[in-house]
Design a protein. Sequence first.
Length: 226
Amino acid sequence: MKPVNYILHLNGVLRKFYKDDRISPSHRSLYLAFFELWNQKHFPKTIMINSKQVMAIAKIRSRTTYHKLLQELKLWGYLQYHPSTSPKNGSLVEMFRFDTPIIQKMDRISSETEQLPVQKMVSFNKHINKRILNSFKQSCPENEQVVITYFKSEKRGSLEARKFYNFYESIGWKLNGKNPITNWKACAQNWMIKADEIKNDQNSKALSQIKDRFQSGRNKNYGEPL
């Protein structure tokens, strides 16, 4: 008989448990107790068992529960049970194999089918990334000349257009260094509005300073130059 593959067998029976709605945690515990003893004896065709030992490993206290679970595992095709008629000899349990080539073949088929969605997902992600990249390119001006042309259409100078282009080009066309600019023309409009506000503030301050110089106080010394 071909040696039992520990990992393949355990994976196979756990997979069978998963698909079998009749299996309870107690069934699993009892089966794994048998499997542990089977493994200790190097996987012979049959193993002689001591019910007290098996119950202790499986954490089963009731002998009635033990026999019920054992008969169900036998009935459902997980093992074969040969009760002993002699008090000197223990009962025999034959563990059915779940590491057969059929299971291995099923594993390969499963792995191949699992790869298909992954490949589709990779292709889908590439498509999404390409679309995002194209969208980003469209949200940014192609070159400096495009920006100059737009600024001129808004009655603005070339120097201001170059300042705008160089500033956002240096930070990767992102707002606050994080979020990509989705509409560079709207950003340019905000730039122009801000520039006008700064210019108006500067003019207001300059005018205010001139007015202060001409204002006269009660203690005005007219001998001082303006």
